[in-house]
Design a protein around this ligand. Structure first.
Ligand SMILES: Nc1nc2c(ncn2[C@@H]2O[C@H](COP(=O)(O)OP(=O)(O)OP(=O)(O)O)[C@@H](O)[C@H]2O)c(=O)[nH]1
Ligand SMILES: [Mg+2]
Length: 554
C-alpha cells in the first residue's frame, strides 16, 4: 500500500504474510509514481510493479525483497509446530523425536517415507508405521525407524503430534534434527514447551505438571509413588472437590445476600458454617501430613551424633558404602558437617555426619560442634552413637554395668526421633557381651542396637530394623477416606496455598452472622487460593518457574 505520512512523506508498505515492512524515499516515490501512479491509501500489486524493467537502484532493492518473499523467515510465534529429541542424547537402541503443532502432518509428508503403505495416504492415527526418515530437500535417507501420528486433541499436547522412533546415535540424531530445522514452518521446542502446551490445552493441571517433573526426577520408590499420584491426577481430583465444596458453601451464603430471609430455607448459614468446618478439618489433616509428603519427595534429614571417637564417621561410611568421611583414632577428627544422599528402603535420605560433642577450647572444633548442634536440632531423625566398651568401663559388677546401660539409654531415648547405636561391641570380651545381650535386646524395640562397625556384627539386623521403621513412619500408605484415597501434599507451593485457604475459611467461621457480605468474601478468597494450586486462577507468574526446570523435549 502506498501511503502519505503525517509529515508529508510517502511511504510504501509491503505486506508479506502477516508482517509489514515499509520504505520511504523521494526517488522511490517518483519511480513508483512514474510507473504505476498508485493512489495513496490503496493497495497495489507490488509484484507487477517491480517486475517492470528500468527501475532505479533503490527500487530494485525492493524488487529483490519481493522476489525472495517466499523465503522470508517466519518468527518463532509464527512457527507453531515444534520438535525436539524427547529421549536423552547418546548411544542407545532407540531415540524418540517428538513433533507437535498444526503442521505436524505436513512435516510427516516431508520427512516420513512409508515402506509399505502408499505415500499419498494420510497416516492412521495411533498406529506405528515402519518408515524411512528422509531429508525434506534432498530426499536422502537419514535413518529407518517407526513413525506414529497422534491426532489432536487426543494427544499429549492436545495438538497433532508425531513421534519418530529412530536409532539413537549422535550422527543419526543430528542429521534428522538438522533436516527438521530446514522446514520453515517448525522450530526447536523450548524446555518444557510440550508440557506447557498440554497445560494450555487443559490436558493437565498444574499439580499434574509438577507431578510429571517430580516423576522424571524421582530416584527412589517413595518419590516415584508420590509423583505418580500427582501425575495420575489424584491430587487434582481432591483439590477440585475441595474447591467445589467451598464454592457450594459460598453459594449458600450468597443466597442469603441475594434473597430475603423469608424466601430461603431456615438455618442456611448454620449449614454453610458446618460445611466450612468440615472443609477446614480436611485441609488441616492434609497439612499435618505435609512434612511426611515433603520427606517422601525431597528426602528425610537424618543426623549422626555422639561423643568423639565412638564410630560416627565409620557409621557414615557404612551407609555410604565408601570412604566418604575421614576415620582415625584421634578424637575430634570430624570438624564440619558432611552430607550424602541415600536410598534407605525406597525413601530418599540426606544423611549427615557431625563433629563429636564435647567441651573444648579449640575454636575450630567449637565451631564444628555448634554446626553439629544446629544440624541435630533441625534433623527429622537422629542416630546417637555411643561406645559400648566406654559404657561398660563405667561400672564394676555385671549388675551395675547393666543398670548403667539401662539408665543411659532411658535418659537418651527421650524422643521418638532418636535411635541409639552402641558401637564397638567387638571390644567387649565375649562372655561380658553374652551376659549383657538379653538386657540389650529389650532396647531393640525402643530403637537401640549393639553393633560393631569393625567386624560387621549386628549391622545387618540394625539396617533391616531401621529400614522397616522408616517404611512404617514415612512409607506411602494409602489412607482411603469416604471420598476415596487421599493423596499426599508434598509440594511447598501447594501447602502455602492450602494454608491461605484454611486462614480464609477460619476467618469466615469467625465472621459474625450479621456480616454475610464479608463472610462471602472470605470464602471467595479461600476458593481462589485452592484454584491457584491447580492453575485455574491467576498463575502466570508461577508458570515460568514451573516449566523452566523441564528438559527440552518434555
Ligand atoms: N574396634 C572397633 N573400632 C572401631 C569400631 N568403629 C570404629 N572404630 C574405630 O574407632 C576410631 C574412631 O572412629 P570414627 O569413625 O572416626 O569415630 P568418630 O565418632 O567419627 O570420631 P570423631 O570424628 O573424632 O568424633 C577409628 O579408629 C575406627 O577405626 C568398631 O566397631 N570396633
Ligand atoms: Mg568422625
Amino acid at each position: 500500500m502506498f501511503a502519505r505520512t503525517a509529515t508529508g512523506q510517502y511511504r510504501l508498505l509491503i505486506h508479506t504474510g502477516s508482517s509489514v515492512c515499509f520504505a520511504s524515499n523521494s526517488r522511490l516515490v517518483t519511480a513508483v509514481h512514474s510507473r504505476a501512479c498508485p493512489t495513496p491509501g490503496r493497495h497495489i500489486n507490488l509484484c507487477s510493479l517491480v517486475g517492470s524493467s528500468g527501475l532505479p537502484d533503490n527500487c530494485r532493492r525492493y524488487r529483490n525483497t519481493a522476489q525472495s518473499e517466499q523465503k522470508l523467515v517466519l518468527s518463532d510465534a509464527q512457527r507453531q509446530t515444534i520438535y525436539a529429541l524427547s529421549t536423552p542424547p547418546g548411544k542407545a537402541g532407540i531415540a524418540v523425536i517428538r513433533i507437535s503443532g498444526p503442521d505436524a502432518l505436513r512435516l510427516w509428508r516431508s520427512v516420513v517415507q512409508l515402506k509399505k503403505t502408499k505415500q499419498e495416504s494420510l497416516p492412521e492415527p495411533w498406529k506405528f508405521y515402519r518408515c524411512r526418515v528422509v531429508h525434506p530437500e534432498s530426499g536422502e535417507v537419514l535413518d529407518e525407524g517407526l513413525a506414529v501420528y497422534f491426532k489432536g486433541p487426543r494427544s499429549f499436547t492436545g495438538e497433532d503430534v508425531l513421534e519418530l522412533h529412530v536409532h539413537s546415535g549422535r550422527a543419526v540424531l543430528s542429521s534428522i534434527l538438522n533436516a527438521l530445522s530446514c522446514l520453515p514452518y517448525c522450530r526447536l521446542a523450548e524446555p518444557g514447551e510440550f508440557t506447557r502446551r498440554a497445560f494450555a490445552a487443559g490436558r493437565m493441571d498444574l499439580t499434574q505438571v509438577e507431578g510429571l517433573k517430580d516423576l522424571i526426577n524421582a530416584e527412589t520408590e517413595s518419590q516415584r509413588k508420590v509423583a505418580l499420584q500427582a501425575t495420575a491426577g489424584q491430587l487434582r481430583g481432591w483439590l477440585t472437590q475441595l474447591r467445589t465444596d467451598i464454592i457450594k458453601c459460598l453459594g449458600h451464603v450468597e443466597a442469603l445476600i441475594d434473597f430475603s430471609e423469608e424466601d430461603i430455607e431456615e438455618g442456611i448459614l448454620d449449614d454453610a458454617k458446618q460445611r466450612a468446618r468440615d472443609i477446614a478439618r480436611h485441609i488441616g489433616e492434609q497439612l499435618s501430613n505435609f512434612r511426611r509428603g515433603e520427606i517422601m519427595r525431597s528426602g528425610l534429614q537424618l543426623a549422626i551424633f555422639g561423643p568423639p571417637n565412638v564410630g560416627k564417621s565409620s557409621l557414615f561410611n557404612f551407609f555410604a558404602q565408601r570412604e566418604a568421611a575421614i576415620v582415625t583414632n584421634v578424637p575430634g577428627t570430624t570438624r564440619d558437617v558432611l552430607e550424602i544422599s541415600l536410598d534407605i528402603g525406597g525413601l530418599p535420605v540426606v544423611l549427615a555426619d557431625t563433629a563429636g560433642l564435647r567441651e573444648t577450647e579449640d575454636i575450630v572444633e567449637k565451631t564444628g560442634i555448634e554446626r553439629a548442634t544446629d544440624r541435630i536440632n533441625t534433623a527429622d531423625l537422629s542416630l546417637f552413637v555411643l561406645s559400648l566398651p566406654d559404657l561398660v568401663n563405667g561400672g564394676s559388677s555385671q549388675d551395675s554395668i547393666s543398670k548403667n546401660i539401662d539408665s543411659i539409654l532411658a535418659s537418651e531415648i527421650t524422643s521418638d526421633n532418636i535411635y541409639v547405636l552402641l558401637n564397638k561391641r567387638d571390644l567387649l570380651p565375649t562372655e561380658t557381651y553374652e551376659r549383657l545381650e538379653s538386657g540389650l535386646q529389650k532396647w531393640n524395640i525402643r530403637g537401640a542396637w549393639a553393633i560393631s562397625l569393625a567386624t560387621g556384627e549386628g549391622t545387618r539386623e540394625f539396617l533391616e530394623k531401621f529400614e522397616q521403621i522408616l517404611k512404617e513412619r514415612y512409607g506411602l500408605v494409602d489412607e482411603p477416606t469416604a471420598s476415596g484415597p487421599r493423596p499426599l501434599v508434598s509440594n511447598a507451593r501447594h501447602s502455602v496455598h492450602l494454608e491461605t485457604a484454611l486462614r480464609f475459611i477460619n476467618a469466615f467461621l469467625d465472621t459474625s452472622d450479621a456480616d454475610v457480605i464479608l463472610a462471602a468474601e472470605e470464602l471467595r478468597y479461600a476458593a481462589q487460593a485452592v484454584g491457584k494450586i491447580t492453575g485455574h486462577i491467576d498463575v502466570d507468574d508461577v508458570l515460568d518457574v514451573i516449566f523452566r526446570d523441564f528438559c527440552i523435549g518434555k
